[in-house]
Design a protein around this ligand. Structure first.
Ligand SMILES: NC(=O)c1ccc[n+]([C@@H]2O[C@H](COP(=O)([O-])OP(=O)(O)OC[C@H]3O[C@@H](n4cnc5c(N)ncnc54)[C@H](O)[C@@H]3O)[C@@H](O)[C@H]2O)c1
Ligand SMILES: O=c1ccn([C@@H]2O[C@H](COP(=O)(O)OP(=O)(O)O[C@H]3OC[C@@H](O)[C@H](O)[C@H]3O)[C@@H](O)[C@H]2O)c(=O)[nH]1
Length: 390
């Protein structure tokens, strides 16, 4: 590590702190731990039920210079009396723990609501009671659908950013009806945001709320049948990666017309680092973290991933690279979708001076290179074993 004193955005030296990171073994947590270990002097108490994605940081045989700065605690925050003690030991708590795959929202709505609201409650309470700072991970899904989606299809106002750009301090949260259980996740996240905000207003909790807009990169979710359940449905990056690895057509839900903006995990982690190290600028704020320049329809995402995969794997393109499936067939009853997600970047720009850098093509190239290197052999083996036994 460089011996030059590290300073915050206001030029003040950054003091080493201890961070209690809940959900540290997941996709975002693994990247955040990596960054904190390799580039800062901070300590991490890493809490999760799994640690496969951070094993490389924990193994003593690798003799990392940071081995005394990261400690893994295998625990489920639903039922573990150690939670409060760990929060008390830290200066800052970051809560990433959640069920956050859309395939679960309408099929396991109770687990989804408990995970995103009930299980997060003690974390907020312990932070508030012990005067500890909290960075809580919410989601861009709290915006739900855009105002524009309710306008007539041919309305010119649909092109007006006032009807679709999502602003932390102005945009409403627009969800579907209760039968559309897809919104169980967004609604639970919204309520925990409101609770945290109220703890700030009434009890002085120092908090920051993060709303990630489709962060993607290596280690996101799992490849079904390889490092996750064969019948499992991960988020779109892993679904499409799985299809590409297996040489199957990519499934476009309801024709792949929904739009998303994707941001590279490494860019997004820079934003989180700024929040961690600039509390005076981050406290009391809700931040969109996304890349408004990387907007595509899901169909375009599928086409681009297909092109990039051909390039990085050297394999040919399928004759039929995509197929359409109905959302009911793919996700079951009660699915609904966000139509479009453009994050407004004013607040994060003003408070933290953060901007994303990586283009969609570049982030897909590094991510699919990783997917190919990590999974191609295992997938081939699984396919040949399956055909031998059938
Ligand atoms: N990746 C994104 O683009 C994205 C977008 C919006 C919101 N988010 C939010 O960011 C957070 C992290 O997302 P991620 O993509 O890293 O997901 P992830 O599923 O990879 O990570 C979540 C981690 O939390 C752990 N966890 C869940 N319940 C737990 C419990 N009861 N006790 C202990 N650990 C538990 C899981 O084991 C997992 O390792 C979530 O709150 C999610 O809602 C992520
Ligand atoms: O195989 C697939 C998978 C997904 N999709 C579509 O791709 C789009 C994106 O799907 P994702 O699985 O990434 O999930 P979403 O973007 O809808 O929600 C995500 O966004 C914010 C986070 O809080 C969550 O991690 C998740 O809810 C959706 O329109 C979905 O219907 C496909 O067309 N085919």
């Amino acid at each position: 590590m460089a011996s030059v004193a590290r300073v915050d955005l206001d030029g003040n030296p950054i003091k080493p702190i201890t961070i209690c990171m809940i959900g540290a073994g997941g996709f975002i947590g693994s990247h955040l731990c990596e960054k904190l270990m390799s580039e800062t002097p901070h300590k991490v108490l890493a809490l999760d039920v799994y640690n496969d994605k951070i094993k490389h940081l924990l193994e003593p045989e690798n003799a990392h210079p940071w081995s005394d700065r990261i400690q893994f605690h295998r625990l489920n925050i639903k039922q573990d009396s150690r939670l409060e003690g760990l929060i008390k030991m830290a200066d800052l708590t970051i809560n990433l723990a959640a069920i956050c795959t859309p395939a679960d929202y309408n099929t396991r709505p109770l687990d989804t609501i408990y995970s995103n609201f009930i299980d997060a409650l003690p974390v907020v309470k312990y932070c508030s009671e012990n005067n500890k700072r909290l960075i809580h991970f919410s989601t861009c899904e709290v915006y739900g659908k855009t105002i524009g989606s309710y306008l007539p299809k041919d309305s010119p106002l649909r092109q007006d950013p006032a009807y679709y750009v999502l602003k932390e301090d102005e945009s409403p949260c627009i969800f579907g009806s209760i039968e559309k259980q897809r919104w169980s996740y967004a609604c639970a996240k919204q309520l925990i945001e409101r609770l945290i905000y109220a703890e700030g207003a009434e009890n002085g909790l120092e908090f920051t709320i993060v709303r990630p807009f489709n962060w993607i990169g290596p280690r996101m979710d799992f490849i079904p049948g390889i490092d996750g359940p064969s019948e499992g449905v991960p988020r779109v990056l892993a679904c499409f990666s799985n299809n590409l690895l297996r040489r199957e057509p990519l499934k476009l839900v309801d024709g792949g017309q929904s739009q998303r903006t994707f941001v590279y995990i490494k860019d997004a982690i820079e934003a989180v680092m700024l929040m961690i190290e600039n509390p005076a600028r981050a406290n009391g704020h809700i931040f969109n973290v996304g890349n408004p320049n990387n907007e595509v329809t899901v169909r375009q995402l599928g086409e681009m991933m297909t092109e990039v995969y051909v390039k990085v794997s050297g394999e040919s393109k399928l004759e039929t690279p995509t197929i359409d499936v109905s959302s009911q067939e793919f996700y079951g009853v009660g699915y609904d979708d966000s139509d479009k997600r453009i994050p407004d970047m004013t607040i994060i720009n003003k408070q933290l001076g953060w901007n994303p850098k990586t283009s969609l093509w570049d982030l897909l190239e590094s991510t699919l290179t990783y997917q190919h290197r990590t999974y191609a052999e295992a997938v081939k083996k699984a396919i040949s074993q399956a055909s031998a036994t059938s």
